[in-house]
Design a protein around this ligand. Sequence first.
Ligand SMILES: [Zn+2]
Length: 67
Amino acid sequence: MSMKDRSASTPFGRLRAHYEESRAACPACGHEDREVEWRVTAAAGRRVEYRHRCPSCDAVDTRELSL
Ligand SMILES: [Zn+2]
């Protein structure tokens, strides 16, 4: 079984995998947040919206995920 199969087996696994992928540099200032913390701000049906505030420049990055 590959890692991809395992992580995609549940909606939560997919969400988590998405978080991991999102652990990247801030689009505004390039700051790399190693302990990035995403907050789910809205969830309706199969869509989840969550956001992250950059600790360096306070830019807010909002992402949406369809489960
Ligand atoms: Zn930033």
